[in-house]
Ligand binder design. Structure first.
Ligand SMILES: [Cu+2]
Length: 485
């Protein structure tokens, strides 16, 4: 019986339709005892994925997970006390084969403040392993389960208060490969979304504590891929080459939000949840529940920068949920062709995506240095329109470099950034009649002060400094520039 079914797998999909399919699908081929010597699982940190399991038989697989409570940056200059499996958020990626007997060791080092445990959604049995793995600081516990069903599964800590352990970063993914493995692809990456609740506002620097009230109200301060704003942008972007097939193992740890996972500029060829043979095709956006996961695959056809987002889009531009896949290789003009950008056509403001410029490498010193911080805000928020060099675009966006309009009244610029600007303005003799959206709701007083200080001290502008107090006063005073135009 065993040999017969394995033969079917080898003969491949053509025969599957003719009746072989039920064998491997019900896992009977692998219901037997583990074979050979026990194997130590290869664990990886995000965004890396362990190599596929190529064994043609089930084995006993030893997984050694260590809990680590670590203080790390959640955004530039913002720190948070994370609780993790293996030192990263999400935790170490585990990969086994359907039919494997997994011997899971959970170690909680003596320095920990809390007991922790693990509930793996790949487990069939009460609590997913939570009870037998409850481990106090300074202890290790071992629990064994049989991975009955192939699929991609979330694991998480389930120690009281469960929500807090998850909110602090205690989740990860375990992939159970089907017998015969998943189809071969060129790249595999590990991406996991989570929502975070800090006492301080978004981007408020310093060490931030967990805010239970915000968590209960489901009002996250941050929504992130891989536990840190910028974990997948700038120098940390994911990479692929034109013509390669990319497979993302995407999880959502929650604790609260569901994710509308989308890659801007790509259509997923395949998306599945559970059995890899039952996939959806040509998917634009896929829903990933809290405590759920999806495997998404697509071929990179056109070079460029692809943004990974939660299409509940304020989370991307205002709470941090952004990643980048950089695709390199020859242009594919038959699929995608952009006319040269020499014609000064005024772009509607909503088309001027501030996104691409947001992909700047994290700058550690930024919080301390207003000009460096201001440059970051400029590059991520203003450069899409005013251009990275402040040159503007003739006929559409006025220059900020050597702008006589700016120099004439620098404090007026505070109102412009907070409340936006529309109607006729003349900058260096050129007339503009366009619209700048308000940035008051998304930028803190510090951000506005820093970005304008940066602008005033760049590109031949007169210098000077805008203080947070000026911004706070302008916020209280309302939209002064509405009247002055
Ligand atoms: Cu825990």
């Amino acid at each position: 019986m065993k040999r017969f079914i394995r033969g079917c797998v080898l003969l491949g999909m053509a025969l599957a339709a003719a009746g072989c399919q039920r064998g491997p699908a019900t896992a009977q081929a692998d219901a037997g005892a583990p074979q050979g010597e026990p194997i130590r699982a290869v664990l990886t940190s995000p965004p890396n994925v362990p190599p596929p399991v190529t064994r043609d038989h089930p084995a006993r697989v030893i997984v050694e997970l260590e809990v680590k409570e670590v203080k790390k940056e959640i955004a530039d200059g913002v720190f948070y006390d994370f609780w993790t499996f293996g030192g990263t958020v999400p935790g170490s990626f585990i990969r086994v084969r359907e039919g494997d007997t997994v011997e899971l060791h959970l170690k909680n080092p003596a320095g920990s403040h809390m007991p922790h445990n693990i509930d793996l959604h790949a487990v069939t049995g009460p609590g997913g392993g939570a009870e037998p793995t409850l481990t106090s600081p300074g202890h290790e516990r071992v629990f064994t389960f049989k991975a009955l069903k192939a699929g991609l599964y979330v694991y998480h800590c389930a120690t009281t208060p469960v929500g807090m352990h998850i909110a602090n970063g205690m989740y990860g993914l375990i992939q159970v490969d089907p017998p015969g493995g998943l189809p071969k692809v060129d790249r595999e990456y590990y991406v996991m979304q989570g929502d975070f609740y800090t006492t301080g506002k978004y981007h408020e620097p310093g060490l931030q504590a967990f805010d239970l009230e915000k968590a209960i109200d489901e009002r996250p301060t941050y929504v992130l891929f891989n536990g840190r704003e910028g974990a997948l942008t700038g120098a940390n972007a994911l990479h692929a080459k034109v013509g390669e097939t990319v497979r993302l193992f995407v999880g959502n740890g929650g604790p609260n939000l569901v994710s509308s996972f989308h890659v801007i500029g790509a259509i997923f060829d395949k998306v599945w949840d559970g059995k890899s043979s039952h996939f959806e095709e040509n998917v634009q956006t896929t829903l990933i529940p809290a405590g759920g996961s999806k495997v998404v695959e697509f071929r990179s056809e056109v070079p460029g920068k692809y943004l990974l987002v939660d299409h509940s889009i304020f989370r991307t531009f205002n709470k941090g949920a952004m990643g980048v896949l950089q695709v390199d290789g020859p242009e594919a003009p038959a699929i995608y062709h952009a006319a040269p950008a020499d014609a000064p056509v005024a772009m509607p403001a909503e088309h001027a995506h501030p996104a691409p410029a947001a992909d700047t490498p994290p700058q550690k010193t930024a919080a301390a240095d207003p000009i460096a911080r201001g440059k970051q805000v400029f590059d991520s928020t203003c450069a899409a329109c005013h251009q990275p060099t402040g040159s503007g675009i003739p006929g559409a966006f006025p220059p900020l470099a050597k702008s006589d309009y700016l120099a004439a009244d620098p404090k007026r610029a505070v109102h412009i950034v907070l409340h936006g600007l529309s109607g006729k303005v003349t900058v260096n003799g050129q007339h503009y009649d366009a619209m700048m959206p308000p940035f008051g709701p998304q930028l803190s007083d510090d951000d506005v002060a820093h970005v304008l200080t940066y602008v005033l001290n760049s590109w031949g502008n007169p210098g000077g400094r805008i203080h947070s107090d000026d911004v706070a006063a302008a916020r209280r005073g309302g939209a002064r520039n509405e009247a002055s135009r």
